[in-house]
Design a protein around this ligand. Structure first.
Ligand SMILES: Cc1cc2nc3c(=O)[nH]c(=O)nc-3n(C[C@H](O)[C@H](O)[C@H](O)COP(=O)(O)OP(=O)(O)OC[C@H]3O[C@@H](n4cnc5c(N)ncnc54)[C@H](O)[C@@H]3O)c2cc1C
Length: 536
């Protein structure tokens, strides 16, 4: 897939799922996404290759990201791409969520570390409404100038998945709020692309344990005023070497309270629903890029001969074609899952499908990247061929913003515990599948029925934890087929209708076996003795 092919697929996904609704016209979206693809291909991609080798460094207490990323950021701002998620009142483009996820996909496909550094601005903008107007305006102006980026500081040594264990404290004195505590794993807590950083910090404002007294605070650091924020070390990681993952201490740092005390998790979750779909979009970006690279490679690499003894390319081998078809169909479907979720207006349904999309798109995106390595054979394992970088960088998407295990626990708990969300989910499945052709409908409808039946069994199980992962996959697979129904129904609007119909046919042909397998996995882990007691 070429880069213009990538853009064509993105626009087709937005069109087929109706993700932009009335918010934005596709004619307005197309040139902006084109500009984004152009930046990603010509500036970011070469910068990322160098940055991955150089890595970020902590020098005399300050973080330096590779110079290639500093230059890429300057070009990003010069092209106005940082304005995409900002409100019009501050010179922004006020792009709707589906458009922002599409931008994330493109940037992550060419430079995941860079995308992480710039990617929290749109979510952060939403949190600013909880600040006094003058403060919010000041911060918005800094974001609009490109002089400030945003971080999200939640994780602590004793508080990973369990945020109720957060120990960082915020106290009020005569001048306002001050923060003291240690956060770890904080991406971009310091960097050398902007002079200012806005940190959204989750901290405890009361004496009691638990979640009720967690509050959200905004802390600003500047090149000339560190505000008591000290980066102690950078983590050494499997991938994303250019993204500084910081162990950071807040020493009496001045802060502004966002909203009211105790509203921390509620406000952070508003940001996190967007951020979790964004993580899904990152994985789609990796899958799309790797599918393109593997397809191009397979069409050129000559190995073996056909039945008449003539030399062939590896794309002519049926085993390789199977992998490429799987990669292409999966990538199109995952993107449409994100689009479909981003276009929803019912907040409770958004809360239901977000963990489902986050976990499934990242698991499947990583699987696609892994297949890409397989297509290239030994070359896929080499640094020269880019795909190994995607494999390393994509891996984190299954871990951060809540591990995929936590997403599954959310689904079997709050998710299917919300009768309204469950009903709305079924309605969206039914409505979208109804638009597909008779053949596709015949494959997709039994999956929706299987989901209803299995949900009942999960709901009545006392300890569904072991079945949560497989149940999330089954739920996601139903959403995937609903998303594919949109693509199939609107195939004529795609750059290549024949290709989309052929891939839809391939997806439909696999549905029965896949759903049988997923249902069996859920049933197996719903039984009380599904897990053995393993002694010391
Ligand atoms: C590269 C990178 C960047 C990051 N960036 C940021 C950032 O910018 N800001 C930030 O705040 N954090 C960030 N994080 C932290 C990340 O969000 C956490 O690592 C993640 O939430 C998991 O927490 P943990 O690592 O402590 O794992 P743990 O919570 O210790 O989990 C370990 C395992 O136990 C499982 N588990 C835990 N609790 C339960 C449960 N109740 N039920 C079932 N299973 C459970 C998990 O699913 C997982 O498999 C980043 C992490 C990485 C790797």
């Amino acid at each position: 897939m070429t880069d213009s092919g990538h853009l064509g697929d993105i626009l087709f996904g937005l069109r087929a799922t109706g993700a932009l609704a009335d918010a934005w016209d596709l004619d307005a979206a197309a040139p902006l996404l084109d500009a984004c693809v152009n930046f990603a291909r010509s500036v970011l991609s070469p910068a990322d290759a160098v940055a991955d080798r150089e890595g970020a460094h902590l020098i005399d207490g300050r973080v330096r990201v590779p110079a290639s990323l500093e230059r890429a950021y300057a070009a990003y701002v010069a092209r106005g791409l940082h304005l995409m998620g900002l409100p019009e009142a501050h010179g922004g483009l006020a792009a709707p969520p589906a458009m922002l996820h599409a931008v994330t996909e493109v940037l992550a496909a060419h430079g995941h570390a860079f995308q992480m550094l710039v990617g929290l601005v749109p979510g952060g903008v939403r949190l600013l409404e909880g600040l006094p107007e003058a403060t919010s305006d000041r911060l918005m102006a800094a974001l609009a100038s490109g002089d400030m980026l945003v971080t999200m500081a939640m994780t602590e040594p004793a508080a990973g998945s369990d945020l109720s264990a957060i120990a960082t404290r915020a106290t009020r004195d005569a001048d306002g709020w001050r923060i003291d505590g240690n956060k770890i794993f904080i991406s971009g807590a310091d960097q050398s692309m902007t002079p200012d950083v806005l940190h959204f910090v989750l901290a405890r404002t009361g004496e009691h344990d638990g979640r009720a007294e967690l509050s959200l605070l905004a802390v600003v650091t500047r090149d000339d005023d560190r505000n008591g924020v000290e980066v102690r070390r950078l983590e050494e990681k499997l991938g994303l070497h250019a993204s500084p993952t910081c162990d950071v201490v807040f020493n009496g740092s001045r802060a502004d309270l966002v909203g009211e005390p105790g509203e921390g998790l509620r406000r952070m979750f508003a940001l996190m629903n967007h951020a979790r779909l964004d993580v899904a979009a990152q994985a789609v970006g990796h899958a799309a890029r790797v599918t393109g690279l593997a397809t191009d490679y397979a069409r050129e690499r000559r190995q073996g001969r056909d039945a008449d003894g003539r030399p062939v390319t590896i794309a002519d081998h049926r085993d390789v074609r199977r992998m490429l078809t799987d990669m292409e169909a999966t990538t199109l479907g995952l993107r449409a899952m994100v689009d479909l979720a981003a276009g929803l207006e019912d907040d409770r349904l958004v809360g239901f499908v977000t963990p489902v999309c986050k976990a499934y798109c990242t698991d499947e995106g990583q699987r696609v990247v892994d297949l890409g390595i397989q297509v290239l054979g030994g070359y896929g394992y080499l640094r020269d061929y880019e795909i190994e970088r995607h494999w390393r960088d994509c891996r984190v998407t299954r871990l951060y913003e809540g591990t995929n295990g936590i997403q599954a626990m959310t689904l079997v708990g709050r998710g299917i515990g919300d009768a309204h969300a469950v009903e709305a989910f079924q309605d969206v499945l039914a409505a979208n599948i109804a638009h597909a052709s008779e053949g596709f409908r015949a494959a997709a409808l039994p999956v929706a029925d299987a989901w209803i039946e299995t949900t009942q069994a999960v709901r009545t199980c006392e300890a569904p934890g072991a079945a949560a992962g497989p149940f999330l996959r089954l739920t996601a697979y139903a959403w995937y087929l609903a998303a594919w129904s949109c693509l199939e129904a609107k195939a004529d609007a795609s750059p290549s209708p024949r290709r989309v119909r052929a891939l839809a046919h391939h997806v439909a042909a696999g549905a029965e076996a896949e759903v049988r397998h997923l249902q069996a996995a859920v049933r197996r882990y719903l039984t009380p003795d599904a897990l053995p007691e393993i002694g010391p």
